[in-house]
Design a protein around this ligand. Structure first.
Ligand SMILES: NC(=O)c1ccc[n+]([C@@H]2O[C@H](COP(=O)([O-])OP(=O)(O)OC[C@H]3O[C@@H](n4cnc5c(N)ncnc54)[C@H](OP(=O)(O)O)[C@@H]3O)[C@@H](O)[C@H]2O)c1
Length: 299
């Protein structure tokens, strides 16, 4: 039992739920800042976890919340702009305020969730460029020990990938038109991501490092969608769209409520989400296959 308190931003999301459980199992107490605590009361079932309403994420408020914490974990991220939030505000400006507040509250450790191939200069999409800029900002900060994580697409109960395609496939009888069918992914299990974060949190020798996180196998997007269709018992034919049609789909869908697919998503898919060096191996974590886990929560 470490009995240390960790403050998590973005802890109400998919990864946050799994990470809170994993940290609790390792004896940490979590303080999760939530925009809507009433929607996330399930987190209170995680031992030692408190939910704090966060009406804003300004520096003074964050400094107060960080007091008494031995680490801050930032999982906040968005896939699309909208609802009054831009990529830059969420992925860069917020990181700066978190680091300022952590410094003022004398928090010694910061874990930062980025994304595979995030790159402030050469990222193909604004998502990847702003994720890269936030990560650079974190690693440039002095006086706090920083470790960052750059996963491929993450799967597990409650994920936004297989569950989303399952919903779309159920709503699309017959043929399913798929943009960027040849984009490649190495889906990584959320439990492995949470393990990586928990392991590095305990040991400051991991500071200054960034870890790419991937699953054990590489798949095309078409293979993953076809797999999803089989798992939910649909005989859907997945039709890979040519590039011009994928761009057209993005231009149309980005104006549909909920933005199911945007030009920025299309641009992100132009970079294969696969690892050159898998940080899980370096951390001594055996990556789980999706075939061993997805059937338990899909279908
Ligand atoms: N899931 C993946 O496949 C994947 C892959 C690579 C990288 N990542 C990164 O991993 C992190 C966690 O992903 P996830 O799948 O858990 O995402 P998620 O389920 O969408 O959760 C996002 C979290 O960020 C919070 N958030 C979003 N915008 C915010 C804002 N403006 N102010 C405060 N909080 C805000 C959400 O709060 P509410 O609950 O209030 O909405 C939620 O807690 C993100 O940084 C994401 O970019 C995820």
């Amino acid at each position: 039992m470490t009995n240390q308190r960790v403050c998590i931003l973005g802890g109400t999301g998919f990864v946050g739920h799994h990470l809170a459980s994993r940290l609790a199992a390792s004896g940490y107490r979590c303080r999760i800042l939530a925009r809507h605590p009433e929607r996330n009361r399930d987190l209170l079932l995680v031992p030692g976890t408190e939910l704090r309403q966060s009406p804003n994420l300004e520096k003074d408020f964050l400094e107060d919340q960080f007091k008494g914490c031995t680490a801050v974990v930032n999982l906040v991220g968005i896939l699309n702009e909208g609802g009054g939030q831009t990529f830059h505000e969420v992925h860069v400006d917020l990181v700066e305020r978190i680091l300022d507040a952590a410094g003022a509250a004398a928090v010694p450790r910061y874990l930062h969730m980025s994304a595979l191939h995030a790159d402030a200069r050469d990222g193909k999409s604004l998502y990847l460029r702003t994720k890269g800029a936030g990560e650079d900002l974190a690693h440039a900060r002095r006086g706090i020990e920083v470790t960052s994580f750059r996963p491929s697409v993450i799967f597990g109960p409650g994920d936004g990938f297989f569950n989303r395609f399952a919903t779309l496939l159920r709503a699309t009888p017959g043929a399913f038109p798929l943009a960027c069918p040849d984009a490649r992914f190495a889906p990584v299990f959320v439990g492995n991501v949470a393990d990586a974060m928990t392991r590095t949190l305990a040991d400051s020798s991991f500071s200054g490092r960034g870890y790419d996180l991937c699953g054990p196998r590489v798949y095309s997007l078409k293979e993953l969608v076809e797999y999803t269709a089989r798992r939910i018992g649909r005989r859907t034919t997945v039709i890979g769209l040519p590039d011009f049609a994928a761009r057209l789909q993005a231009r149309v869908f980005q104006h549909v409520p909920g933005k199911p697919f945007t030009m920025d998503n299309y641009l992100s898919l132009q970079t294969d989400s696969v690892c050159e060096h898998n940080g899980l191996a370096e951390l001594g974590i055996r990556p789980e296959t999706l075939e061993s886990l997805v059937p338990s929560y899909l279908g």
